[in-house]
Design a protein around this ligand. Structure first.
Ligand SMILES: [Mg+2]
Length: 235
């Protein structure tokens, strides 16, 4: 079995400050055990630095795919790097947000994100700022997540990340592939996994057409993962 798991909102609840989305020790241990039996990859929009801040030391058996697929790690070793693009100069944007409390600019590998979960003002204000910047520095793609706007300058997405990962681990086309994610960025991956005959799982209130299974919470994700062996045998 190959398991691809989003991090924020899937393995840990969404919190106000992204750096506080730490994983519980017992859940980390559970994932580590899982990664000894199956190939398990965490697929995150975070950079490795930001991921390590919330996850801690990465077990050697666990794969981590960072920045929407830009880099693939096994344990803490970088094994594939799809990063080529350079970020534009973000200083004009930085200058503008210094006076806007609650907006966080996160610089990542090949993309940047504006988080506005803690911004008390109007969402349209943030959007205007973001749109002005991307108009002058057009990215490959803009991603709208939960209270976050992202500009991606790299030709990667989580769907391509799934493809690259399967190629990398030498997927035989038969082994069951499961992807679990909660956000719009995961839909690329869910679509890909569905195409490949795997099990696309969405975490949220309503099942998007890309998914086959709907889970409602992070707790449900761990319940699902615990029951997975039985479920896969039933399918
Ligand atoms: Mg997520």
């Amino acid at each position: 079995m190959i398991l691809l798991l989003d991090y924020d909102g899937t393995l840990v609840p969404i919190v106000c400050r992204p750096e506080e989305a730490k994983i519980e020790a017992k859940r980390k241990k559970f994932l580590e055990e899982l990664s000894k039996k199956h190939r398990v990859a965490i697929v995150t929009g975070r950079s490795m630095e930001s991921f390590r801040e919330v996850f801690g030391e990465i077990p050697e058996t666990l794969y981590v795919i960072t920045s929407h697929g830009a880099k693939i790690f096994k344990g803490s070793t970088l094994i594939e790097n799809f990063l080529g693009a350079k970020l534009p100069d973000l200083s004009p944007l930085k200058k503008k947000i210094t006076s806007m409390k609650g907006i966080l600019l996160e610089e990542k590998e090949g993309c940047f994100a504006l988080h506005y979960r803690n911004f008390p003002g109007e969402e349209t204000e943030v959007r205007k700022l973001f749109e002005e910047f991307v108009r002058e520095n057009p990215p490959v793609r803009v991603i709208e997540g939960k209270k976050v706007l992202e500009a991606v300058y790299e030709r990667v997405d989580k769907g391509k990340a799934v493809e690259n990962f399967l190629r990398l681990v030498g997927w035989d086309g038969k082994e069951r592939v499961i992807y679990i994610g909660d956000d719009t960025t995961d839909l690329y991956a869910l679509r890909k996994v569905k195409e490949l005959g795997g099990i696309p799982v969405f975490v949220g209130r309503e099942k998007p057409p890309e998914a086959e299974v709907l889970l409602h919470s992070v707790d449900d994700v761990y319940g699902f993962l615990s029951r997975l062996e039985e479920l896969v045998n039933d399918k």
